[in-house]
Design a protein around this ligand. Sequence first.
Ligand code: NAD
Ligand SMILES: O=C(O)C(=O)C[C@@H](O)[C@H](O)[C@H](O)COP(=O)(O)O
Ligand code: ZN
Length: 367
Amino acid sequence: MEQLLVDLKERSYPILIGNGIFPLLPEELEKRGISTDRKLFIVTDDRVAPHYLNKVLDILQSKGYSCSYHIVPAGEKAKTLAQLEEVTTSALKAGMDRKSVFLALGGGVVGDLGGFCAATYMRGVPFVQIPTTLLAHDSSVGGKVAVNHPVGKNMIGAFHQPSLVFYDTETLQTLPSREIYAGFAEVVKHGLIWSKEFTDWLDKHAENLLNLQSPYIEQAIHQGCLIKSQVVSEDETEKGRRAILNLGHTFGHAMESLSHYGQLIHGEAVAIGMVAASLLAERIGLVDNSLGVSQRTIDILKKFKLPVRLADHFDPMEMLAAMKHDKKTSGGQLVFVLPKNIGSVEIVKGIADDQVIETLKILKEVN
Ligand SMILES: NC(=O)c1ccc[n+]([C@@H]2O[C@H](COP(=O)([O-])OP(=O)(O)OC[C@H]3O[C@@H](n4cnc5c(N)ncnc54)[C@H](O)[C@@H]3O)[C@@H](O)[C@H]2O)c1
Ligand SMILES: O=C(O)C(=O)C[C@@H](O)[C@H](O)[C@H](O)COP(=O)(O)O
Ligand SMILES: [Zn+2]
């Protein structure tokens, strides 16, 4: 089992990563002061539950933990205030108190929803992230928890750090292919914002990675979590630099909200958004065309079987309006994370609307 630390002083916590480590969960909870005198409340979804809920319950109950659970419908549409209320009602009925601990067993949706529920339940109880998707190497780390609003992604949320991230990578074996590809969007993002070397490594080992082959997949997850935890440790609540983790998200979130959190899954929207960011960076001259940054971005995303083109039905003006709801917007001005090269990005304000519109038109022609 590998261990990383998210260094946040009194809110620091470990990320434990390993294949087949579920049986070690009780002792790791105990090490974090989560003993059998505290009731556990598992939040999961109806696609994860058939695979892993009983397994986790058996392991915990056999060591004396008292557990209850709530199963939400799978997918992005569960990240709503209505679901938050349902999970809360279920926790109240199960007798959870202020010493109880929530466990989010699933992908980013369960992590964001379950984590936000923990952040608000009786004004806040601890929670543990138990990620089961590749994408959740990102969502389980850093403490951003939220639900969506029809107007925009993650509009209602909090910063609430988990007490532990416990990542059994064996769970990835049951993940549908489309979700594996989507998870690589955030892995590639971590390369694009932070390290040309990691991006090159991902490129080189794409086939092994897509097959979830050891030790490549564990190394990719480890490196992605390491990059994320370093950024979060520097700027926990996104006062500034943490925004680099948002590469591609201003465009991506607009696509997700305009399609009512249905057609495109998060990783796919982020992939297209990262291509948009690279095209915009070239357009405004932030990055020299001769470096081939947008082409390199397109190539690596295509290698991981991700979409790179804006679908025809997205209207650039509607996209622009939706993008103006981005949480990075300041004083009505859009703020973008744009590449300077492969492995480095800059936070850029004051880009004219027509530059964004023209970029969106070009994005429809990418192939
Ligand atoms: N908080 C953050 O920092 C952060 C970071 C990135 C993404 N996110 C959020 O994460 C969400 C996307 O997360 P996701 O891609 O994990 O989606 P998800 O949670 O919807 O999981 C994807 C699908 O896979 C299923 N699934 C999960 N694990 C499985 C497994 N092991 N075997 C079989 N099926 C499994 C789920 O039921 C779901 O249908 C978005 O809402 C996004 O906004 C948050
Ligand atoms: O942790 C962060 O910070 C991120 O930006 C990670 C993103 O991958 C993630 O999708 C996050 O939820 C987006 O945050 P938001 O503040 O733009 O809603
Ligand atoms: Zn994301």
